[in-house]
Write a protein that binds this ligand. Structure first.
Ligand code: HEM
Length: 457
């Protein structure tokens, strides 16, 4: 291009960008947003945020701004003005007023990949109805009477395949995927579920990318993988619908969706597309979250030998009382895991998995990072010591996680079988990162050794 034309082009582009930035700043002033710093035009403070969350200690990003502007401050990240709240009362208020004063939303990369009928994106009455259906499927009595048996069996099935060296995060993901597939559509692990899981990984990889195929090959791959997942699930739904019409019913989430469709919407029921989106989102919601907590619980316990010893003592006592080595865990065994619950609480607190809450008119991030410090206290940890308004790892209000009890039970059963069947040492040093999601850098590789007690499935 001619140098004159090129410089004309560059300077006019720059002027337009600056003009837009000025317009945005004026809008922000008019909205009377909390104090803060918007950083560079368009990029805002995105790079500072990413570099903080790519480290083991993201807290200074928030601490520094809380010191300068107070617990509620505005910044500009990922292309949008964003309000951060490190104030528990404000966070509780936002959660309770979801759907009234605030509306949750997700970046378009995530919403495109979840599908428009996913529970996470639903609003209003439909959301209420589907949320309570999900709760009724994963409540304590269903877990006690039906799901616990499968959780116990599938965790042991996975542990039985362990040899000398495993990537714990990979195995935890396989376990949670198997559990979710069983609970949603009665599938046991097989080649088909493993192929589906691999496609799922590609979908999840696309969540935190720029949602334009031209900019991101990860996003393009994720969209393609979503297509494959949807196609596979559509076949399952179609087959199950035919079975259901013949009067056959399985005791799983798909069964509940067909029943609800018949009774809840004037007989019209849910379309295959609605059911598939719903299932896609449930798989995503339970998969990453539960598996990272399983992994981090083990990592934190390994780094805190006294806590590990206490957990072992509790779990070995339960195992010893049961007498027969192959007996599966019962609801009362789970209920007697008091210290294990402290471990789960503390891990949820430190992992701080789901931090962002996206609301109108501009994005709000609720951060618990500044509320807590890693202090090595496990006994009586946060669940007991903190008010519910401060400690909200499962969210709150109308969007309170419907899988919170299911996740606790799965993690506890996993820890039980792990510590009673194996001893382990880290194979390499691994680092905790918080961006794009909470994870460890190397998938937490460990050397495992089977202990004397043998438990068969
Ligand atoms: C340790 C594991 C888990 C953590 C930390 C967790 C955390 C959360 C949080 C914070 C929310 C609220 C998000 C918001 O406010 O928009 C949420 C929502 C949700 N969770 Fe979980 N979750 C976990 C496991 C599970 C499991 C096992 C399931 C499977 C049933 C599940 C299903 C869902 C669903 C469907 C929603 C959306 C609820 C709605 O929008 O109405 N989660 N989860």
């Amino acid at each position: 291009m001619d140098p004159f034309l090129l410089s004309l082009y560059l300077s006019s582009t720059l002027s337009i960008l600056l003009l837009l930035h000025l317009l945005l700043s004026t809008c922000r002033r008019k909205l009377r947003l909390p104090p803060g710093n918007y950083g560079l035009p368009f990029i805002g403070e995105t790079l500072q945020l990413i570099s903080a969350y790519k480290s083991e200690n993201p807290e200074p990003f928030i601490d520094e701004r809380v010191r300068r502007f107070g617990p509620i401050f505005t910044t500009h990240v990922f292309g949008e003005p964003t309000v951060f709240s490190a104030d528990p009362e404000t966070n509780g208020f936002i959660l309770q007023n979801e759907g009234k004063l605030f509306e949750s939303s997700y970046p378009s990369s995530i919403s495109n990949l979840l599908g428009k009928h996913s529970l996470l994106l639903m609003k209003g009455n439909l959301h209420k109805r589907m949320h309570s259906l999900t709760v009724s499927f994963a409540n304590s009595s269903i877990i006690r009477d039906h799901l616990l048996l499968d959780i116990d069996r599938l965790v042991r099935l996975n542990l039985d395949s362990w040899t000398g060296h495993v990537f714990l995060m990979e195995e935890a993901k396989k376990i949670t995927f198997a559990l979710t597939m069983k609970q949603l559509m009665s599938y046991d692990p097989c080649d088909w579920t493993e192929r589906l899981r691999k496609q799922y990984l590609l979908v999840v990889d696309g969540f935190f990318t720029i949602p334009f195929p031209f900019f991101s090959t990860t996003y393009t791959r994720a969209i393609k993988a979503r297509g494959t997942v949807v196609e596979a699930l559509r076949l399952v739904v179609r087959e199950r619908r035919e079975e259901s019409e013949r009067g056959e019913r399985k005791n799983d989430m798909l069964g509940a969706l067909f029943d609800e469709g018949r009774s809840g919407s004037g007989g019209s029921g849910f379309s295959d597309e609605e059911i598939v989106d719903f299932v896609v989102a449930l798989l995503v919601a339970g998969y990453e979250t539960t598996s990272i907590i399983m992994t981090l619980a083990v990592k934190f316990l390994t780094e805190t030998p006294r806590a590990l010893a206490q957990l072992k003592e509790e779990q070995e006592e339960i195992r010893a009382k049961k007498g027969v080595a192959s007996e599966t865990l019962t609801w009362s065994d789970y209920k007697s895991m008091h210290f294990t619950q402290c471990v789960v609480n503390e891990t949820l607190r430190l992992a701080n998995i789901i931090e962002a809450y996206l609301g109108a008119p501009c994005r709000t991030c609720m951060s618990e990072v500044t509320q807590f410090r890693r202090d090595g206290k496990w006994q009586g940890s946060v669940g007991a010591a903190c008010q519910p308004s401060v400690y909200t790892p499962f969210g709150g209000g109308p969007r309170l996680c419907p899988g919170y009890e299911l996740a606790r039970v799965s993690i506890s059963v996993f820890l039980h079988h792990l510590v009673t069947q194996f001893s382990w040492t880290p194979a390499e040093e691994d680092k905790l990162l918080f961006f794009p999601t909470t994870r460890t850098q190397k998938r937490y590789p460990i050397h495992v050794e089977r202990r004397n007690i043998t438990v068969s499935v």
